[in-house]
Design a protein around this ligand. Structure first.
Ligand code: PEP
Ligand code: MG
Length: 600
């Protein structure tokens, strides 16, 4: 892991100044920082794999390894087919069609034959051969006139991705063979891909798709990786090995930057680094406004390996642990024991500060291959079997998670947070599951915590408007403004095409935040905000003005927000918030926010 001082910026490696012309691209700067390094272009739909040569005598063994992966892949698809038959006919029909196509790709297909030939002729390892063969097939499909046939490439991609996953069973060590400082370039980078990026190795990334509030962007900010998404004309513009510069502050990507550009970026990079160092000095300072309002600043993390960053930032707790990332990049969901070990590391590492573990929130843009069998393709995944809906449908998943949280609670304070709640009934069902697991573990004499507080995410307009009733049924609220904005405005948070319309300052969103915060106060339960609004100092006065005193954010944002709080007058912020709420237009609200002075 990087140190905090360097987390926002990646040092350029010894880069060669290319002779090819410098080209500039623009997109959404979703994670601040500047990085220059060699590009690594990833084929869509595949996790990245190392390529190595196979000795003559090892060729047959490599082909046998590939055959095993084909057999395993086919049997996984047949299992999925069997499960699909238990679903309602409409869904089962669609799924049958899809899985049949994937199975076809594994039986004597151009993909399978091509991979075998490549292992034999090019003497490369099986996973690299899959990647090369897929690229060749994709190129052939791309020039097809018939859109139906051209669309079939998705089936080849799916089958290839499955093969690679099965070949790399040893672990999803994607990007592991790359030189330090590599910039990953892809058409699309999923949240699961991002979770595999080690900031000690990856300098930053850019992709053609993705929005600023999708989970890929959130993960980039958590890891402190400079990133630019939604770079429209990226396809084919970069080759692996090109030198590229990612400017996550301004949303720029430069391919083959010349000397002058590199020097300019380097100056800006150093200035950012200096600022990070200055901010790091605030680590031990409490977040108190100039008129004495104390604010708790916690961190959002996804995996145990982000814990050092939260600790370095001076987090007063983990306000949101996105547990779904524990389910990604693996074949099977983690067992209760595995989850316990991961959670215990975080809980013990926080040394008495509270850790809020959110139960599984897969679905929408967060997909976990290991849970694929539980989630059939949905017409609209953001409105489908996401989060608590999946957990309640598969009690074994929920109960294993709860048991792991209860056991981790024996090592420090924990809270259970449930995503996408919309009704009191759902809270009651989860509480029942918690009580059941408390009884079960107690009977088995497993050391656990006393029943922890059970809270809910307020992240749909329905939940915000029903906040009074929900507050009576749970122990705390956590305001998820990322989804609240998405569902209130009906704008996908991860879609670059509508990213310009995604605006958490829309009056409707602000009113819902205010309403839910007030409902928590009326019910006397704690409330915090863990959406991306919390980590942006621009919005700190507004949130304090709404009465919020507990904010949870990506680790690099803690000092930035703290600095703003130290300079703010909370009383004035309250009057400011009232004025914001009386506005009818997001643009005007933004202007008022930017005009609000520090220490007024
Ligand atoms: C949110 O929706 O604001 C939130 C914090 O949850 P996530 O970003 O994981 O959906
Ligand atoms: Mg959410």
């Amino acid at each position: 892991m990087k140190t905090e001082a360097s987390s926002a910026v990646a040092r350029p490696q010894a880069v060669e100044i290319a002779e090819r012309p410098e080209r500039h691209f623009s997109g959404l700067g979703v994670s601040a920082g500047i990085a220059v390094g060699p590009a690594h272009v990833v084929e869509r739909g595949l996790i990245d794999v190392p390529e190595y040569r196979i000795e003559d005598e090892a060729i047959e063994t490599e082909i046998a390894r590939f055959s095993d992966a084909v057999t395993l892949s086919a049997s996984q698809i047949r299992n999925l087919q069997a499960q699909a038959e238990t679903l309602p006919e409409e869904v089962a029909g669609q799924l049958r069609h899809l899985l049949d196509a994937h199975l076809l790709m594994l039986t004597g297909s151009r993909l399978v034959r091509g991979v075998e030939a490549r292992i034999r002729d090019a003497r490369i390892n099986a996973e690299a051969a899959v990647q090369v063969q897929l690229s060749e097939i994709a190129q052939a499909f791309a020039v097809m006139e018939d859109p139906y046939l051209a669309g079939k490439i998705d089936d080849v991609r799916e089958a290839s991705a499955r093969l690679v996953r099965n070949l790399t069973r040893a672990g999803y060590q994607a990007f592991s063979g790359l030189p330090p400082g590599t910039i990953v370039i892809a058409e699309e980078i999923t949240p699961a891909d991002t979770a595999l990026m080690d900031p000690a190795r990856i300098g930053g990334f850019a992709a053609a798709h993705g929005g600023a509030e999708g989970h890929t962007a959130i993960m980039a900010r958590s890891l402190g990786l400079p990133a630019v998404l939604g770079v429209a004309d990226l396809a084919g513009a970069v080759r692996s090995g090109d030198v590229v510069a990612v400017d996550g502050v301004r949303g720029g990507l430069v391919v083959n930057p010349g000397e002058a550009t590199i020097a300019r970026l380097e100056r800006r990079r150093r200035a950012l680094e200096r600022r990070e160092r200055q901010l790091a000095r605030l680590r031990e300072v409490a977040a108190v406004s100039s008129d004495g309002a104390r604010v708790t600043l916690q961190c959002n993390i996804e995996l145990p390996n982000e814990l050092p960053q939260a600790q370095e930032a001076g987090a007063e707790g983990i306000g949101l642990l996105r547990s779904e990332f524990l389910y990604m990049n693996r074949e099977e969901p983690p067992s209760e024991d595995e989850q316990y070990v991961a959670l215990k590391e975080i809980v013990a590492g926080m040394e008495g500060a509270p850790v809020t573990v959110r139960t599984l929130d897969v679905g929408s843009d967060k997909l976990a291959y290991s849970l694929g069998e539980h989630i059939a393709p949905s017409v609209n995944p953001a409105l489908g079997l996401r989060a608590i809906r999946l957990s309640l449908k598969t009690p074994a998943l929920l109960e294993a998670q709860i048991a792991a949280i209860l056991r981790a609670g024996a090592h420090g304070p924990v809270r259970i947070l449930v995503p996408m709640i919309t009704s009191v009934k759902e809270i009651r069902q989860v509480r029942k599951a918690v009580d059941k697991m408390v009884r079960k573990l107690t009977r088995a004499r497993v050391p656990i915590t006393d029943t922890p507080p059970l809270g809910i995410m307020i992240e749909t307009p329905g939940a915000a408007l029903a906040a009074d009733a929900l507050a009576d049924a749970c122990d705390f609220f956590s305001l998820g403004t990322n989804d609240l904005t998405m569902y209130t405005l009906a704008i996908d948070r991860g879609d670059d095409q509508v990213a310009h319309l995604y605006d958490p300052l829309h009056p409707a969103v602000l009113r819902l935040i205010r309403f839910a915060t007030d409902a928590a106060r009326r019910a006397g339960i704690p409330v915090n905000l863990c959406g991306e609004l919390a980590g942006n100092p621009r919005f700190t006065a507004m949130l304090l003005g709404f009465g919020l005193r507990d904010l949870s954010m990506a680790p690099p944002n803690v000092p930035r927000v703290k600095q703003r709080i130290l300079a703010l007058d909370a009383e004035a912020a309250t009057r400011h918030a009232e004025e914001l709420l009386s506005q009818s237009e997001a643009g005007r609200i933004a202007k008022l926010i930017d005009a609000f002075p520090d220490d007024s």
